[in-house]
Design a protein around this ligand. Structure first.
Ligand SMILES: Cc1cc2nc3c(=O)[nH]c(=O)nc-3n(C[C@H](O)[C@H](O)[C@H](O)COP(=O)(O)OP(=O)(O)OC[C@H]3O[C@@H](n4cnc5c(N)ncnc54)[C@H](O)[C@@H]3O)c2cc1C
Length: 213
């Protein structure tokens, strides 16, 4: 990755966290000649969310939610319902996946704060979004990540979504074959292709030294 001042870089990455690092690495892997420049306001890389000791920066959405709720009762009802969830609600959800579940065998644990973002809707009120979204300008020459804390585990997925948005022409050309070499499951839906899933799980387990179940 270029750290030198560049007059006209091919790609500019703002922020030196895991997202930019992943996208930059994939781009250089695909096209080593690309001039990729990364800007960071802090002294070093990965000092914000990608720094293991920092808070993930989620939350603070309550005021925003109240503002939307006054115009969208369905949303307000949903949010209140979520706050009022009890152990028996959670057991009902669990029973959808594991019908034999018995209340006394299960213990609740706080898993963390779910990120919620509210996207503007057509009539001022918004819709609640839980995920992270790659938003772009009309020609996709500028894209940004919308969402409080996408999760480091989504970095590869987001890098590929960005490639699809911003480098559709290159991807349709030589990049697609290269991507399939780097990631053998690229373009395969592992939720539908059972044979590919089994093969991938076996390979992954072998590399990580795990028992393939
Ligand atoms: C303690 C902790 C545990 C976590 N656990 C998990 C986990 O188990 N699994 C998981 O998937 N995720 C986890 N996460 C979340 C994950 O770390 C973040 O979602 C991810 O790091 C976000 O990466 P990012 O590159 O988008 O943002 P960041 O790492 O925050 O990087 C953004 C960078 O942009 C810079 N910047 C901002 N504005 C500008 C500007 N104008 N110009 C230049 N630079 C700018 C910032 O200084 C920063 O360095 C955890 C986070 C923390 C903190």
């Amino acid at each position: 990755m270029s750290t030198a001042e560049s007059e006209s870089p091919d790609v500019v990455l703002i922020g030196a966290g895991i997202m930019s690092a992943t996208l930059g690495s994939v781009l250089k892997e695909l096209e080593p000649a690309l001039d990729v420049v990364m800007f960071e306001t802090l002294q070093d890389c990965a000092q914000e969310s990608s720094q293991a000791w920092n808070n993930a920066g989620t939350g603070h959405a309550a005021n925003c939610e109240l503002d939307v709720a006054k115009e969208d009762w369905g949303l307000a009802e949903y949010l209140i319902g979520q706050v009022l969830q009890t152990g028996s609600h959670q057991l009902k959800v669990l029973e959808q996946f594991y019908p034999e579940a018995q209340r006394q065998d299960w213990r609740e644990a706080v898993a963390g704060q779910r990120v919620q973002i509210i996207k503007p809707g057509p009539h001022h009120s918004g819709s609640l979004e839980f995920g992270t979204e790659v938003v772009g300008s009309t020609d996709n020459s500028i894209v940004a990540l919308l969402g409080a804390s996408p999760g480091a585990s989504t970095a590869a997925y987001i890098a590929f979504e960005t490639l699809e948005k911003c480098f559709a022409k290159e991807r349709a050309g030589g990049w697609r074959d290269r991507l399939m070499t780097i990631i053998p499951t690229y373009g395969i839906d592992l939720t539908k292709d059972a044979a590919a899933t089994r093969e991938t799980r076996a390979q992954t387990a072998a590399v990580l030294g795990l028992t393939n179940v």
